[in-house]
Design a protein around this ligand. Sequence first.
Ligand code: R5P
Length: 293
Amino acid sequence: MPDNDKFKEGKECYTDIPQETEGFFLKGSNSLDWGMKNRLGRIFNPESGKTVMLAIDHGYFQGPTSGLERVDINILPLVPYADTLMLTRGILRSIIPPSISQSIVLRVSGGSSILKELSNEKIAVDIEDSIRLNACAMAVQVFVGGEYERQSIINMTRMVDMGNRYGIPTLAVTAVGKDMQRDARYFRLATRICAELGAHYIKSYYVEDGFDTVTASCPVPIVMAGGKKIPEFDALTMAYKAIQEGAAGVDMGRNIFQSDAPVAMIQAVNAVVHKNETPEKAYELFQTLKNEC
Ligand code: R5P
């Protein structure tokens, strides 16, 4: 208890200055609670409003993917250039040093391998473990149009409910089946379903024709998925176009860690995302950094 004699009543209440209420920089996120916003603000850089997520969770269904055989050797050098790591709890606990400052997006759905039907996933991580691991978001695969569409959507809504309880956002990852059309119409459908059902942000592939309609009709941020490895200049062009057409960042894996020079590539991607660098300039940066390696 403060000593009564020395207690001075505070008088400077600045009655003429209304308290400012800060809006939140992320699309569709202003009504979220403080913890959610704080976690999203660790994924998305509040200055640029964007994120570079480094996706290294591929092993959860396809084992030691090329470039990810030794996460300790090949991926740790990339970490300083990412805003966020998207990965499984297995790799997080076994390899990633807890001293990193990057935020963690934890893969929480799983249960199928490339040998079986991929859409047959369940929630594979308890919310308690996401809390224990200080995750800033939980990633769930959603297979709109897939064989287990309903199950995967319900996985996502269950995570949204649990995450809302504890202030942890859910990232819905739209997964496209082998024989499904990858066009703007499909991604408008898939991303909007995820947003309507409560996902806090959504991962979508880029499409040449009409990606801006995907980002515009989705009320929460969209991050662009990388997809299979393509030449570096093309990957930088794709990222650039996605950002210019409304994406709030990228969630890229193979186009970074399967590059000839992954450390150079992630820095070039970072320049496109956070500095609006053109693909030409970013590719120049890539080559310069590659030659320095
Ligand atoms: C999506 O299916 C998983 O999260 C992937 O492991 C990851 O997102 C794929 O990243 P990328 O396609 O850029 O290699």
